[in-house]
Every structure is written in structure tokens, then in C-alpha cells.
Design a protein around this ligand. Sequence first.
Ligand code: UDP
Length: 442
Amino acid sequence: MDNVNGAKPHFVLVPLMAQGHMIPMVDMARLLASRGATVSFVTTPVNAARIKPVIDDASRAGLPIRFVEFKLPCKEAGVPEGCESFDLLPSVDFYRPFFEAICMLREPLKLFLQETTPRASCMITDYCHWWTSEVAQELNIVRLVFHGPSCFFILSSRNIHHSKVYESVADEHESVVVPGLPQRIEITRAQAPGWFSRWEDIRQKAMEAERTATGFVMNTFQELESEHVALYIESTKKMVLPIGPLSLYNKDTKSKATRGNKSSIEEHQILSWLDSMEPRSVLLVSFGSMVRTRPLQLIEVGCALEASGRPFVWVVKEVEKCAEVEKWMSEGFEERTRARSLIITGWAPQMVILSHGAVGGFVTHCGWNSILEAISPGVPMITWPHFADQFLNEKLVVEVLRIGVAVGIKVPVFRPEEDKVEVERGAIESAIVSDGRRGGRR
Ligand code: UDP
């Protein structure tokens, strides 16, 4: 990989500090470096600590990646110290200050770009980092925008926005047909953008910043979304590089196990448990990094898993495992399901699990990385979207690609204040059972 003048290109990657955005960009950094490019990966101390095994591995392998740590001005922006990623923020009230803290990285980034050698040939910056557009223009550096979600979502959101199709609806739960798609897809304003509309000003700035970008890098692939990629190129009149699934950069178990954060379970432990199960029998239940499930809903999921009779790996976050849930689990549930259950509290090595042949189904919140990680090894999904791009991703999985069944949720839930059941155990169990009838992994 050489520039016209024979020098190696230098990519400067600026990911959004959120697991679902950071993880694919770490994969991208390693991919670029393994092809001979020099890479500078902008991060912060807490995020760097989370991916320390990856940093150490890259250095051992001699990959030309520099992990450039900027201090995130949390205090100045009113964000609790140490909360350097969206999933670490104690509540959604800190989202806006967090965006403000990120914007304050403009000057340090500019200084870095002015001083770094070799000079940056290209910046790849997350869609949400609208402020990098100005930096790139001031320093005359080519900038590509990284879109983390599916092209289907990006295209749908763009078409919905430009057509103003929501302006004709009386309430946010009324369905509209998404304009300009090859398929007839219905969506409500509550589902997309839904709750995210409170950051409409940031979205406006991000869309404005897209205009100055040379093109887009997407974590998708032609065979999956060719029609949507073609329509997006037609609409934006810009270059689109579908370079996914980026997760496939990780070939060996160690590399798959160290993505995003330190796993709460040893690789050999999860592998020997999965090895002991029948092929395609196990269901993985995991809702990504941002969703928080309240006790009553967690217990409902547990009851459905028990009733389904299927072996399962269930990922419960530490913040979710309160005394009430612990008590319920220890008063019979764990005992009754012991022979076929593995409960992981904390961070799971998701890619290790999904790529094991014993796994035949995935109850997912429809985060795009999770979907790609299931599609790659051919694991069908039970879709349970919560917010953001997830409802449109569900439409892609269930209605367009037909590789999943919906659990039936219609109204977004993000971090619910109220402890209540959104999806009843019967509905969860039916989705699990119907997935089994579809024959598990294709
Ligand atoms: N992930 C993981 N272990 C966990 C939870 C999440 O490895 O316990 C990874 C998952 O494999 C994926 C990413 O975190 O790569 C989550 O991204 P996604 O887009 O699916 O959802 P988000 O967290 O952004 O809602």
C-alpha cells in the first residue's frame, strides 16, 4: 500500500467513544496496518485501558499503529471523571455533556495533526464527530466518514429526513412507508429516530459535515446490502467503501475474546462448556453494551429460557444483576437450568460464542455489530430492538434478509425508569421455539 510518491499512507482514525463504534474501528485500524499503512488511533486513557490486550498484541505483531491518548475534558464538560465511553455514563442526562467533552478534542487533534509525521494522508472519523470536518478543511486533509450502522439504516434515515414523511403523521406511533427503498418497509417516528430526536441539533451538524467528506466507509458488505449501497451512492453522489464485516479481522480465539473490554469469563471455560453442547443447540442472549434491562424483564427472560428447554448462554450486565435478580436466580432458577445454562455476569466474549458451532440462535437487541457477528457464522436471530438504529436493523433482518424472527416489540425502550415487563415470557418463548423450528444455523 503506497502513495503515488512511494510513501506509506498514514490514516488517522477518530472513533466515537462508544463500544459499538470503537470496536469496529479497532478492527479497521488493525486491518489497515496489516496491509502496510501507518495508523494513528485516537483514544482516551480509559478506552485505551479497556483494549490494552489489543494494543499489546498489535505492538508484539509489529503492526504500525500508534494509539494516541487524549485527555477527555470530562470535568470541564460536567461529566463524571473516568466516564470516557457512552456505556460508562451513569444516566442519559450526561449524553449531551459527553458530546460537548468530545468536541473539546478539536484543538488537541488539530495540534496532533500539525505535528505528526508522516503527515496524515487521510482521516477516518465517526459520523458523530461533525467537528472533525472543520479540522480536516483547515489542514487540508482528506476525510472519510465512518458509518457504524447498517447501510439500510443510514439510507432509510436519510430518505425519511429528506422526504419529510413524518410531517404528515398525527402521532409518533403511526406507521409510514420508508421512501426510496427497494422493499416496502414501515416504521414509526417513535422507532426511528425516536428517542434520539432529542439530539436533532447534533444530527443536523453531522449531516452538514457529511457534505465536506470525500466519501464513506461502512461496516457492511456488497453481498448483504448491494441495493442499499447503490442507492446511497446515488443519493449522496459520493464514494462508499463497504469494508465489513470488520469483525472478521479477528481470526483466532484470543483476538476474538479481547474485543472491547476484558471478558468476565476465561476463554477455555466458555469453550469447554460450548464443546460439551450439541451442534447448533445453544441460544445466546445478549443485548450489547448500552441497553439496561430492569429486574422484572430480566426475570421474564429467564422464565422463557427455562420454559424453552434449550441450552443457553445468558449475558447479564453487572449493573443489571441487583439483589432482586440474584435472589430469584439463586432460589431455584440456577438449580433447575444448571445442566444447560451458562450465565455470564459482565462482559462476554461475544464473538467467541457466536462463532462456535454449538450456537444455533441469538436473542439480540439488533446492534449492527452484533448482527454482523451473527451473520458471519450463519447464526439466525431473535430480534428484540430497543432504540437508535435497532428497529430498522430488525426490519432488515426479519423482512428483507429473512434470517430472524421478531420477538414483537413495537415501542422503544432504552434505560427504562419503570421496572416493568415489556415482552412477556410467552412471546419470548414462542420466538425461541419458532427459531428452533427454522432449524438453527444455516
Ligand atoms: N460485546 C461483547 N460483549 C458483551 C457485550 C457486547 O463483546 O458482553 C460486543 C459485541 O460483540 C459488539 C459490541 O460489543 O461487537 C456491541 O455493538 P452493537 O453494535 O452490537 O451494540 P451496542 O453496544 O452499540 O448497542
